[in-house]
Design a protein. Structure first.
Length: 359
C-alpha cells in the first residue's frame, strides 16, 4: 500500500509534465528472481554480511523488482522508480520505511546547452556495476560494487563536452544514504570524469570526500574509483577496476586528541564477458579486497579483511528481454572469517542462478 500511495501522490506531477508538446513519458519494469546455495550452509539463510545482492541461501527470492516512469523534454527531465526485493531489504536497511522502496526519484533542468542540474535520489556516480544485474558482466556483484554506494541523494551538475567528455560535480547527503545519520550535519562532495576516446574505450574517474561519523568524532573519508572498459571485439569486452580509500583514524581514548593518521583500503578487479552467440555468453571475474583496518568490511581478525574472489557464469538469453544466468563463486580469505558447521573457515563457495526480465 505504501508503494501505491507514493506512486499516486506523484501522478499529478507526471500528468502536468505531459502538457509540454516536446515531452515524452516512458514506463519500464524489471524483475530479477534468484536461487542461491552457499556451501557453508548458514542456518540464518544469510550469506556473508558484506554481500548485499543475491545473498539469501537455499531459498527462491526476488533480488530486485521495479517499476519506473521517466519524463524527458528539451529542458526538463525526471525519473521515478519504486522497488521491492532483497536488494531493498539489505541495501536500504538504515532508511525510513517509505524511502526503502524508492529506487530513484529525481528531477533535472537544462541550464545551458550542455549543462544539466539534477537533484533527488539517483544512481551512484561511483562504480561500473549497477543494481540492475542484467547490465553487469557477471550475475553477482564484485566486492568493489557491494561495498561502495549503489545510490545517492543530493544534487549534481553534469557537463557534456562533446562526444568524448562528461564531467559531473556532486553535493551529497553522504555515502549511500537518503536521510542524514543522527549526529551528522556534514555534506559530502564528489566528482566524476568520463572520457571516451573512441567507441570502444571508456575511462572513468570518480571521487568522494565526506565525513561518515557523527560531528563529535569527525573522521574524513577520501575515496577514488577508477575503471576502464574495452570492447576488444564484437564478442569480447573487458573491464578493469581499481578503488582506493582513506579514512582518518579515530582519536585515541588516552589523550582524546584528533588523529592525523589514516586507515587505507584498496581493491583491484578484472571483469570479462564473451558472447559465443547473440544468445549465449560467458562472464568471469577475479578480484582482491584489502581492508586491514576494517574501515568498510570488518572481519574481527588480526589481519583484517584480505580476500580474493573468483567467479564464472554462463548466460542464456532465449529472447531479447529475458536473461538466464548461472554462476559459481569462490571467496578465499587470508583468515578464517567465514563459518561452516559452527567452525571458522577461510573460504566461501556458492552457486547462484537467476532469471531476469525487463519490459
Amino acid at each position: 500500500m505504501k508503494l501505491l500511495y507514493l506512486l499516486f501522490t506523484l501522478m499529478p506531477v507526471w500528468s502536468f509534465a505531459q502538457t509540454d508538446s516536446t515531452s515524452q513519458v516512458t514506463f519500464s519494469g524489471y524483475a530479477d528472481v534468484y536461487y542461491g546455495y552457499d556451501f557453508n550452509t548458514p542456518p540464518t539463510h544469510e550469506r556473508p554480511g558484506f554481500l548485499y545482492n543475491h545473498n539469501r541461501h537455499n531459498e527462491f527470492n526476488v533480488n530486485l523488482a521495479l517499476l519506473k516512469a521517466a519524463y524527458a523534454s528539451d529542458r526538463v527531465r525526471g525519473n521515478l522508480a519504486i522497488m521491492a526485493g532483497t536488494y531493498t531489504q539489505y541495501n536500504l536497511a538504515a532508511e525510513q520505511d517509505l524511502l526503502k522502496h524508492v529506487f530513484e526519484a529525481n528531477a533535472g533542468v537544462r541550464l545551458a546547452p550542455e549543462l544539466w542540474l539534477d537533484a533527488g535520489i539517483f544512481a551512484s556516480h561511483i562504480g561500473l556495476e549497477s543494481a540492475i544485474s542484467k547490465d553487469n558482466y557477471t550475475l553477482t556483484r564484485s566486492l568493489a560494487a557491494e561495498n561502495t554506494p549503489y545510490y545517492e541523494s543530493g544534487a549534481k551538475l553534469t557537463y557534456e563536452a562533446g562526444s568524448k567528455w562528461v564531467i559531473t560535480g556532486l553535493v551529497l547527503n553522504g555515502w549511500q544514504n537518503i536521510r542524514e545519520p543522527e549526529g551528522n550535519s556534514n555534506k559530502a562532495i564528489g566528482t566524476q570524469v568520463q572520457f571516451k576516446p573512441n567507441a570502444n574505450i571508456l575511462l572513468n574517474s570518480s571521487t568522494f570526500i565526506g565525513n561518515e561519523k557523527p560531528d563529535s568524532v569527525r573522521q574524513q573519508r577520501y575515496f577514488h574509483d577508477f575503471y576502464a572498459t574495452f570492447q576488444l571485439s564484437e564478442q569480447l569486452k573487458l573491464a578493469a577496476i581499481f578503488d582506493m580509500g582513506a579514512e582518518k583514524r579515530a582519536a585515541s581514548s588516552r589523550d582524546n586528541q584528533t588523529s592525523d593518521k589514516y586507515n587505507t583500503w584498496f581493491n583491484p578487479t578484472l571483469l570479462l564477458h564473451y558472447n559465443f552467440t547473440d544468445k549465449v555468453g560467458l562472464g568471469a571475474r577475479a578480484e582482491y579486497y584489502h581492508d586491514p583496518n576494517g574501515v568498510i568490511i570488518a572481519s574481527g581478525t588480526e589481519n583484517g579483511f584480505k580476500t580474493y574472489g573468483y567467479s564464472l557464469n554462463l548466460d542464456y538469453a532465449p529472447v531479447p528481454n529475458v536473461l538466464l544466468r548461472l554462476e559459481g563463486r569462490l571467496l578465499d580469505s587470508k583468515d578464517a572469517i567465514f563459518t561452516r558447521a559452527n567452525r571458522a573457515v577461510d573460504q566461501s563457495a556458492a552457486i547462484t542462478s537467476s532469471i531476469a526480465i525487463s519490459f
